[in-house]
Design a protein around this ligand. Structure first.
Ligand code: 1SD
Ligand code: ZN
Length: 295
């Protein structure tokens, strides 16, 4: 009790298989992530388009990017008086306000995501965490099955860089160590981080949990079918230059040197450990179903 949780990449002794010893909920029946087995999807015609508020304009003010020791998190709380970024529709029982977004990623181009599709892991997954507006605090929302709504989005490695991620990736070099935070140079349209609008009506839906302790079973999950493209060099912004077979600056990749950074887990031993493989493996679906918005 009172112990710290971690990922296996930090120390298998406090990794995901031990979380239920710290928090019994982590051994519950409605845990996340899950494998999305496309053979067993159930079509739900009531899962219409999600209504996005504030996703298509850059809000005033500053956004703060934080290395919280487990992930890289961008706080999305609006300034007092400003319009909230929120979602509704899409079968959600109400309106949900955006709190923060963060990432889960791996050490190779083939692992990193939390949800898997037909047993396959993708290199990275974005989570945008929203709170049901009828609850005032995260603590309160965590006590209700529909307290939180998280949007999940997969990444795939593309040839072309995705400039919509430049502001976030550019901030990583300033949060190399756990506990460090940086105000990003600018806010941006949150919607630009998501798949193309035309693809947003295709998503998976199921009832689950937070994927980190305390693993509260309070999350309505929406996972978009279409992954977002991001270049190899951009993934290296998260992984550091030694990952993915990158040989260091030479010729045209010299310009990357300034760009590449390494984010670290909290230092436990002598040297800080590169932050990577910060994903929880899929949990049993048990009696749950995964619904799909489209055939
Ligand atoms: O892992 C995150 C965790 O960092 C925190 O953001 C939590 C919300 O308080 O959400 C989980 S997750 O389920 O969105 N991965
Ligand atoms: Zn997450």
């Amino acid at each position: 009790a009172g112990g710290q949780w971690c990922y296996d990449s930090q120390d298998p002794k406090c990794g995901p298989s031990h979380w239920k010893e710290l928090k019994a909920t982590c051994g519950g029946d409605k845990q996340s992530p899950v494998n999305i087995d496309r053979r067993w999807l159930q079509r739900d015609g009531s899962l219409g388009d999600i209504i996005f508020e504030g996703y298509d304009q850059a809000p005033p003010g500053k956004w703060r990017l934080l290395n919280d020791g487990h992930t890289v998190m961008l706080s999305l709380e609006s300034e007092p008086g400003a319009e909230h970024i929120a979602i509704s529709g899409g079968g959600l029982p109400g309106r949900y306000r955006a709190l923060q977004l963060h990432f889960h990623w791996g050490s190779l181009s083939t692992n990193g995501s939390e949800h898997t599709v037909d047993g396959q892991q993708l290199p990275m997954e974005l989570h945008i965490v929203h709170i049901n507006v009828k609850y005032r605090t995260l603590g309160e929302a965590k006590g209700h099955p529909s307290g939180l709504a998280v949007l999940g989005c997969f990444f795939q490695v593309s040839e072309a860089p995705n400039s919509n991620y430049n502001t976030i990736i550019g901030g990583l070099r300033n949060i190399s160590h756990a506990g460090q935070a940086v105000d990003l140079a600018s806010t941006f349209r949150l919607g630009t981080l998501l798949p193309h609008v035309a693809q947003l009506s295709r998503y998976y839906r199921y009832q689950g949990s937070l994927t980190t302790p305390d693993c509260s079973e309070a999350v309505i999950w929406t996972v978009f079918e279409e992954p977002v493209g991001i270049s190899r060099e951009q993934v290296m912004g998260f992984l550091g230059p030694a990952a993915m077979g990158w040989k260091g600056p030479s010729g045209q990749s010299r310009a990357l040197q300034a760009f590449v950074s390494t984010v670290h887990f909290p230092a436990s031993g002598a040297a800080p450990l590169k932050m990577t493989n910060n994903f929880r493996p899929p949990q049993p679906l048990r009696s749950r179903k995964v619904f799909s918005s489209r055939d």
